[in-house]
Design a protein around this ligand. Structure first.
Ligand SMILES: *Cc1c(COP(=O)(O)O)cnc(C)c1O
Length: 422
């Protein structure tokens, strides 16, 4: 199978080719519920593996430090135009290597080491790069962190305002990695205005939902939009920074030459294709289906006695607190993996357990929706999760094997984009 799909690779390096082939089978046969993952289309996969790989292009379209940019400039300009059109922004930089370096570029553009920066705490659902201690952003800058309300699991905007006015941070980040609810960008904008802070919306997780109209857009509310391109946006691993014209120079200078060298042109090409796909009517349908599936899955999990942070979801993501099931998140995640259901263990807000052994499991619907599963399948998915978590509690390995076979059976009927295996 792999020899046919990757003939040169199989001939040159059969060992490596066998790992890729095994990963193709794994991605085809399992139910992938990690909310930051997806399946790119065959077109994105092809664009990401082109000879654009061979070209050095330090600089920006029309302003390069190397010659021979006739085609590369067109590729990058196309990606930029598509990003601007899709997200309704003045300026887009498509060169950041990934989400973390993109965020680092924002610090470089607007802050100096030691400045106060504000973001959501990692254990509350924020990202490492929002000023959390173990990240460079938390050691080179003075990170102050907000969270969610213990009662509701929702962002307490009054508490955010109070902290912002007390600390007057240079930067405020909104957005995160484990937030099941809609972000109120207008509320953050008002707070940032009062505090005199630059507001950054890190929409890495929800960029595809925004593009498809299934989550409000931060455009017009925030100073900078930071996003990865490989999560709900369904592009290659990469990132983009978008902003109003007034910040364009600062952002571009920070990405190159501030932080990076040559852009990954093959990735830029993949991003351009993904943005084109995300501008089609079918992507609007996709984004809304992702949310509909997540809501249906949340409802089915609640029916089966699961405790969900904030009581449900508005987006693609569900954070399950397994405390009541008497199974630690990591034990559940590993059991689910053996059952062919791929998730990640995750802290829940106010988690009494340690980050490497937390109480929660984080799941999401971007990948299964890309395969065409719909709301009617979500009770089945919830049932598999419930049976697997029960099996984990009892150490019932045969029950996990039964689920695994059922999962593979359904997945065979829903081939994944980019993976023509059945
Ligand atoms: C995924 C993510 C990032 C980081 O992206 P990488 O590509 O993994 O570096 C940054 N911010 C948020 C909110 C994310 O979810």
């Amino acid at each position: 199978m792999s020899a046919r799909r990757h003939p040169a690779l199989s001939a040159t390096d059969p060992e490596l080719a066998s790992f890729v082939a095994a990963e193709e089978v794994l991605q085809a046969q399992t139910l992938r519920l990690i909310p930051s993952e997806n399946y790119v289309s065959a077109a994105v996969l092809e664009a990401s593996g082109t000879v654009l790989q061979n070209k050095y292009s330090e600089g920006y379209p029309g302003r390069r430090y190397y010659e021979g940019q006739q085609n590369i400039d067109r590729v990058e300009a196309l990606a930029i135009e598509r990003a601007k059109g899709l997200f309704g922004v003045d300026h887009a930089n498509v060169q950041p290597y990934s989400g973390s370096p993109a965020n680092l570029a924002v610090y470089l553009a607007f802050a100096k080491p030691g400045d106060t920066v504000m973001g959501m705490a990692l254990p509350m659902g924020g990202h490492l790069t929002h000023g959390w201690g173990v990240s460079a952003t938390g050691s080179w800058f003075r990170g102050v962190q907000y969270g969610v309300s213990a009662e509701t699991g929702l962002i307490d905007y009054d508490a955010v305002r109070e902290l912002a006015l007390a600390e007057r941070p240079k930067l405020i980040f909104c957005g995160g990695t484990a937030l099941p609810r809609t972000i109120d960008f207008a509320a953050f904008a008002e707070i940032a205005r009062e505090a005199g802070s630059i507001l950054v919306a890190d929409v890495a997780h929800i960029a595809g939902l925004i593009a498809g109209g299934a989550h409000p857009s931060p455009a017009g509310h925030v100073d900078v939009i930071s996003t990865t391109t490989h999560k709900t946006l369904r592009g290659p691993r990469g990132a983009m920074l978008m902003c109003r014209e007034e910040h364009a120079k600062a952002i571009d200078k920070a990405v190159f030459p501030g932080l990076q060298g040559g852009p990954h042109n093959q990735t830029t090409a993949g991003i351009a294709v993904a943005l084109h796909e995300a501008a089609q009517p079918s992507f609007v349908t996709y984004a809304h289906a992702v949310v509909a599936n997540a809501k249906a899955l949340a409802a089915a999990l609640l029916e089966r006695g699961f405790d969900l942070v904030s009581g449900g979801t508005d987006n693609h993501l569900i954070l399950m607190d397994l405390t009541g099931k008497d199974v630690p998140g990591k034990v559940a995640a590993k059991a689910l993996d053996r059952a062919g259901i791929v998730v990640n263990y995750n802290t829940v807000p106010f988690d009494p357990r340690k980050p490497f052994d937390p109480s929660g499991v984080r799941i999401g619907t971007p990948s299964l929706t890309s395969r065409g599963l719909s709301a009617e399948h979500m009770p089945v998915v919830a049932d598999w999760i419930s049976r697997s978590v029960d099996a984990a509690a009892k150490g019932d390995e045969p029950a996990l094997a039964v689920v695994r076979a059922e999962v593979a059976d359904l997945m065979a009927a829903f081939p994944a984009p980019g993976l023509p295996l059945s």
